[in-house]
Design a protein around this ligand. Sequence first.
Ligand SMILES: Nc1nc2c(c(=O)[nH]1)N[C@H]1C(S)=C(S)[C@@H](COP(=O)(O)O)O[C@H]1N2
Ligand SMILES: [Mo]
Length: 441
Amino acid sequence: MERDTELRETSRAMADEIFVAVQHPTMNPEKPKLPQPGREPGRRSFLKAFSAAVGANIVFGNLIPNGFVPVVLGQGAEPFSIPGKPGLTILNDRPLNAETAAHLLNDAITPASRLFVRNNGLPPSKVDVDSWTLKIGGESVVNPKTYRIKDLRTKFENIDLALTLECGGNGRAEFYPPASGNQWTIGAVGCPIWNGIRLKDVLEDCGMKSDAVYVAYHAADQHLSQDPSKDAISRGVPVWKAMEAESMIAWGMNGEPLPSHHGYPLRLVCGGWPGSTSGKWLKQIDIRNKVHDGTKMTGSSYRVPKYSVKAGATVPDEDMEIIESMPVKSLITHPKSGVEIGVNRTLNLNGHAWAGDLEVASLSISKDFGQTWIKADLKKPVNRLAWQQWSAAVAFPKKGYYEVWARAVDSQGVSQPMLIPGWNPKGYLNNSCHRIAVYAV
Ligand SMILES: Nc1nc2c(c(=O)[nH]1)N[C@H]1C(S)=C(S)[C@@H](COP(=O)(O)O)O[C@H]1N2
Ligand SMILES: [Mo]
């Protein structure tokens, strides 16, 4: 059944207004005609407006938590295409940044064509794989060495691991006041199979002094200013994370050479940590005797306040701490939001869940705005730090609009929040639950 586009557009415009009124009651004082939270006519008129806007009766509408707007209203137009990445949504073209819609992330192993791209600078334009070298240095290396890719391939055990890569800023678009940076919604995440070697084996081959604390990277991409003395980005991880069996130096993705967007010919992959620790176009690794102080390690970059702060607060740099493991999170990758299903027919749902350094212990689904939950079937990861697949089946009792929500809990009992988590100046770590719209017809 085709829904009337015009109606949808009007609905969206209306929804935007409602959204502004609900989420930010003080932001739009010149629009008094909209219902205001906490004031008559109140809830009932919200529901009416929401039902009109979604184009159906919201069956569990009395259960919508205060401040929630039906998820279907926030959904924009179809993403447009970039070469080699059909369907990805471009957020910025210099530097190139593109994310993937949830329903395009349905594969257990993310194909290269569907992996988000996050560039801080300008990728190297000419790469010669045969002459490419990786240098290991830093204050705390015993024997500095330089390897060609051929040496790495032959000298160290080759491994293949599925590792979840998620940008620290994934979900940023939902923070209010908005944080500057790419307005990622939910698609800056993926889990390809990486082909390469253990970072640990290379570090051990060079030897680490006892004062080593951090392992940092330098890369071949250019700073946006094209000033050769500046790195586009140069981050790292503590020695303990670098020495884990899953921290990799990779030359391949899903059995193919790394695509140029993803760091050809060599990159780091630190699964479960902010994607920014997984340096692309890798040229140098430094074993540091202090916390690395490269580009985007300091200030507020990839850092969050040490304590919770009011939305919009100014936080002094010394009160910010480096993000390490990413929080528990999940996606509903099938069906696509907005799906129609017959009343009482079974709708099969599936998706992924991941939890930084931890495993996901359970995933639950709600179709009534969080009042009741059912446990989904959740698989073990194919290897440590790979996302996990879940599936569930639900039916809808009456005609109308529903939402399906998915909520994962990690192995330490920590759950995804329903609402957006603590505001932070750069808009990192939004792991609130993914919601899709379902119409029972
Ligand atoms: N050299 C280099 N490495 C980099 C980046 C970059 O801009 N330059 N971006 C980082 C960030 S912020 C993320 S989220 C991941 C994204 O990896 P992808 O583009 O392969 O998905 O790469 C990281 N490694
Ligand atoms: Mo990132």
